[in-house]
Design a protein around this ligand. Structure first.
Ligand code: XUL
Ligand code: CO
Length: 441
C-alpha cells in the first residue's frame, strides 16, 4: 500500500538544475545529476549524502546559547513517536534535495530507553521505518555508526574507557549498530572515536587504551564477518575535540595504528575537511596520505573557519577546496563504497527550515564545480605533465636503479665521485602552477 506522507517542507518543490545563469536560490546552478564528466554522471562521481545528526537533529545550540532551530514538526520530546516523524521529515528533505545517500548514528534516529534491551527495541522500530522510506524513495544508506560519545557513561571513552563494563556496553552497542546498518544495506560503517583519547596523561595508561581500541576493532571485524556484512569499515581521523588528544588524530596516525594492530586490510579512512585543519593539515594533504596507502574510502564534506579553532562544521562553498578534493578523488579513480557526506551544519543564525536547502544546494554546487574544474585540469594535462617531468631523472640511469632497489651506497659514491656535484637545476614553479589552476577556476 502506498502511503501519502504529510508534507513538512511545504512550499519547497524538488530542487531542479537550472544552470549557471539561474537566479533561483532554490535551484542547482552546477549540479546536474545526469550530466556526464569523463563518461560518468555527476550523481555517481559525487555520491552526496545528508547527515541525520546535523540536518535532522541539529538544534543549533552552542556552548553559550540554546538551540535556535525552528523546526515546526518537533514536539519538544525525544519520544519514539517523534523519532518516527523525523524519519518522514528526513526522507522528504532528501527526496526534495535529490541526494542518493544519507548517514546516521544509532542515537540520532532512535532514542535511548531504560536499558540496552529497550533501546535496541526502539532502534529496531525506527530501522523498520527507515527501510520503508529507503524503498519508497530510493535513497540509500552511505554508512551507519554508533554514538559512543554523548551519553555520560562514555565520559572516559568507549573502547578506551578505564572501565571494562563501558567497553562491554560499547561492544554491544556497536554490534547492534552494525546489524542495523547491514539490514538497511548500508554501503559502509564508520568508527569515529569521539572520546577515544585523553584529557590528561596523568590518569591515562596510553598503551593499554590503544591495545583495547585495537581489540575492539578486531571484535567488530569478526562480527562483520560472522553476519556477512559486506559494507566497508572506515576510521574517521580527528585530532581533538571533545578530547584534548584523540588516538585517531590524523590520516598518518590512523594508518600507523591500523598497521600496528593488523587491521589495515579491514579498514579505509573517512576524511573530514575540518578535522584535517584541526590537525594542522590541509584536506588535500590528508587525502594524498590516505591515497598513498590505498586507504581513502569516503569523505565528510565541510569546512572550518580559519579564525575559529574548533570544529565549526560549515558547509563547503570554496571552489579551490572542492577542486583540490576532486583532483584527488579523480586521481584515485573515484569513490567505490564511499561518497561526499555533508557532515556540516547551518549556522546558529540560519535557523529556518529553508536554510537547510540553501546550505546543501551551495555545497552540492561547489562540489559539482570542483569536479568539472578538476576534470578539465586533468584533460588539459599540463599539471600532470609538469609533475611527471619533475621526476624524470628517476626514469633511467641511476634513478631507475635506485627505484628498482639495485643500488648500494658504494655505487652511489662511485657515481657521484665521477660526476663531482649536482646543481639545483629545476624550479618548483609553485606560482606558475597556482596560476595554471586559476586558469580553470
Ligand atoms: C565529529 C564527526 C562525527 C563523525 C561520525 O566531529 O565528524 O560526526 O562523522 O561520528
Ligand atoms: Co565527520
Amino acid at each position: 500500500m502506498k502511503r501519502q506522507p504529510k508534507e513538512f517542507f511545504a512550499g519547497i518543490r524538488k530542487i531542479q538544475y537550472e544552470g549557471p545563469h539561474s537566479k533561483n536560490p532554490l535551484a542547482f546552478k552546477h549540479y546536474n545529476p545526469d550530466e556526464l564528466v569523463d563518461g560518468k554522471p555527476l550523481r555517481d562521481h559525487l555520491r552526496f549524502s545528508v547527515t541525520y545528526w546535523h540536518t535532522i537533529r541539529g538544534q543549533l545550540a552552542d556552548m553559550f546559547g540554546a538551540g535556535t532551530a525552528v523546526r515546526p514538526w518537533e514536539d519538544g520530546t525525544n519520544s519514539l513517536e517523534m523519532a518516527k516523524t523525523r524519519v518522514r521529515v528526513a526522507f522528504e528533505f532528501m527526496e526534495k534535495l535529490g541526494v542518493p545517500f544519507y548517514a546516521f548514528h544509532d542515537r540520532d534516529v532512535a532514542p535511548e530507553a531504560g536499558g540496552l534491551r529497550e533501546t535496541n527495541r526502539n532502534l529496531d522500530a525506527i530501522a523498520k521505518l527507515l527501510k520503508e522510506e529507503q524503498q519508497r524513495t530510493g535513497v540509500k544508506l552511505l554508512w551507519g555508526t554508533a554514538c559512543l560519545f554523548v551519553h555520560p557513561r562514555f565520559v572516559h571513552g568507549a573502547a578506551t574507557s578505564c572501565n571494562a563494563d563501558v567497553f562491554a556496553y560499547a561492544g554491544a552497542q556497536v554490534k547492534k549498530a552494525i546489524e542495523v546498518t547491514h539490514a538497511l544495506n548500508g554501503e559502509g560503517y564508520v568508527f569515529w572515536g569521539g572520546r577515544e583519547g585523553y584529557s590528561t596523561l596523568l590518569n591515562t595508561d596510553l598503551k593499554r587504551e590503544m591495545d583495547h581500541l585495537g581489540a575492539f576493532l578486531h571484535l567488530a571485524v569478526d562480527h562483520k564477518k560472522a553476519i556477512g556484512f559486506k559494507g566497508q569499515f572506515y576510521i574517521e581521523p580527528k585530532p581533538k575535540e571533545p578530547t584534548k588528544h584523540q588516538y585517531d588524530s590524523d590520516a598518518a596516525a590512523c594508518l600507523n595504528f591500523l598497521r600496528e594492530y593488523d587491521l589495515l586490510k579491514d579498514f579505509q579512512l573517512n576524511l573530514e575537511t575540518n578535522h584535517a585543519t584541526l590537525a594542522g593539515h590541509t584536506m588535500q594533504h590528508e587525502m594524498e596520505v590516505a591515497i598513498a596507502a590505498g586507504a581513502l574510502g569516503s569523505i565528510d564534506a565541510n569546512t572550518g573557519d580559519l579564525l575559529l579553532g574548533w570544529d565549526t562544521d560549515q558547509f563547503p562553498t570554496n571552489v579551490y577546496l572542492t577542486t583540490e578534493i576532486m583532483l584527488s578523488i579523480l586521481k584515485m579513480g573515484g569513490f567505490k563504497t564511499g561518497g561526499t557526506n555533508f557532515d556540516a551544519k547551518v549556522r546558529r543564525e540560519s535557523f529556518e527550515p529553508v536554510d537547510l536547502f540553501h546550505a546543501h544546494i551551495g555545497g552540492m554546487d561547489a562540489f559539482a564545480r570542483g569536479l568539472k574544474i578538476a576534470a578539465a585540469i586533468r584533460k588539459d594535462g599540463r599539471l600532470a605533465e609538469f609533475v611527471k617531468q619533475r621526476y624524470s631523472s628517476w626514469g633511467s640511469g641511476i634513478g631507475a636503479k635506485i627505484e628498482a632497489g639495485k643500488a648500494s651506497l658504494t655505487e652511489l659514491e662511485t657515481y657521484m665521485l665521477k660526476k663531482g656535484d649536482v646543481a639545483p637545476n629545476t624550479s618548483g614553479r609553485q606560482e606558475f602552477l597556482e596560476n595554471l589552476i586559476n586558469e580553470f577556476i
